[in-house]
Design a binder for this molecule. Structure first.
Ligand SMILES: [Zn+2]
Length: 145
C-alpha cells in the first residue's frame, strides 16, 4: 500500500521541519557562543566578544518570524438586469462603476446595470479560484434572498 499525503500534511511537515531546524541553529549558535566564552583562545576579551556575538545571532534566528503573507484582494462586480432582476457576478474590470450599464442579460437579453462593486480578501493564492467561486455563490444566494 502506498501512503498518500495531501498538500496540507506535507506543508505541516515542512513547517515543523523548519521549526526544528531553526531551533537547532539557535542551540548551535548558543553552544558555540558559550564554548568560546569558556574555552576560547588565550584572549579572554575576544572570547567574550565572539561568544556574545554567537549568542546574539542565535537569539536573532529564534526571533525571526515568518512575514505574514499579504492577503490577496479580489474585486467583484455585480451586475443586475433592469428588466428581470437577474444577477451576474464577474471579476471587476477597470472602468466599472455602480449604475453603469454593462453587458447583456443572459435571460432576457436586456442590458444589465452594475449594481454593486465589492472586494473580498483571499487567504492564499492557491485557493484563489476555489474561494472566488465560493464567494460568488454565497453572494448570489444573499442577493437572491
Ligand atoms: Zn434580464
Amino acid at each position: 500500500m502506498i501512503d498518500e499525503e495531501d498538500d496540507e500534511e506535507i506543508l505541516k511537515k515542512k513547517r515543523s521541519l523548519k521549526k526544528i531546524l531553526k531551533n537547532l541553529v539557535f542551540f548551535g549558535f548558543i553552544v558555540i557562543g558559550v564554548l568560546f566564552m569558556y574555552i576560547g583562545g588565550p584572549d579572554q576579551t575576544l572570547n567574550l566578544v565572539i561568544g556574545f556575538t554567537f549568542i546574539c545571532l542565535g537569539t536573532t534566528v529564534i526571533q525571526m518570524k515568518k512575514s505574514p503573507s499579504d492577503p490577496i484582494r479580489q474585486t467583484l462586480t455585480i451586475l443586475k438586469c433592469k428588466v428581470c432582476g437577474a444577477i451576474k457576478v464577474r471579476n471587476y474590470e477597470s472602468g466599472d462603476f455602480v449604475f453603469k450599464s454593462a453587458g447583456v442579460c443572459d435571460k432576457c437579453n436586456e442590458s444589465m446595470e452594475i449594481n454593486q462593486i465589492y472586494s473580498v480578501k483571499l487567504k492564499k493564492s492557491k485557493d484563489k479560484e476555489k474561494k472566488l467561486e465560493k464567494d460568488k455563490e454565497k453572494l448570489k444566494q444573499t442577493i437572491e434572498i
